[in-house]
Design a protein around this ligand. Sequence first.
Ligand SMILES: CC(C)(COP(=O)(O)OP(=O)(O)OC[C@H]1O[C@@H](n2cnc3c(N)ncnc32)[C@H](O)[C@@H]1OP(=O)(O)O)[C@@H](O)C(=O)NCCC(=O)NCCS
Length: 133
Amino acid sequence: MSDFIVRPLVSADVDNIKKLHPHIQLLTLGVLPEYQHQGLAKRLVGQVITSLHKDPSVPVPPVYTHVCTSNSPARAFYEQLGMKPFSPAWDPAGAPYVAKNIYPGYAALQSTVESKKLFGSRDAYILVGRVTA
Ligand SMILES: CC(C)(COP(=O)(O)OP(=O)(O)OC[C@H]1O[C@@H](n2cnc3c(N)ncnc32)[C@H](O)[C@@H]1OP(=O)(O)O)[C@@H](O)C(=O)NCCC(=O)NCCS
């Protein structure tokens, strides 16, 4: 499943993948530090899926996102939702695919020691999975 979704995305064939393999793409997700660890992001993702998945006769579409390789907390968050780093079938080592240099390195995201820890890398893992609301 992941190969079908991610391969065309990686090759930027986004129009084709939208038609052939519907999916939900999470682009930006953030909870202010003082409100973290209260289940808000999990509820938000659940509500997005519920609002997009109107027809119970079709399966919930897979969810896809990309996460900075230095952002271990976000990766842990997505993994507990049921998403996994995409490992391409064409890589015999089965290592997680790393999308190189996709973040421009915004200074604002790297202005503190803490934010630099999370957003210091320009590279991303691609995470994919079926998430139940
Ligand atoms: C990632 C983020 C959105 C999670 O928001 P949140 O509201 O705190 O997450 P939730 O409370 O819904 O967490 C649900 C589960 O995810 C996991 N999780 C969440 N934050 C985690 C962390 N910092 N480290 C490890 N696991 C974490 C836990 O399993 C948690 O369940 P638990 O609280 O019962 O242990 C938040 O940390 C954030 O805004 N980070 C900065 C911005 C960012 O990195 N966004 C993602 C960019 S791709």
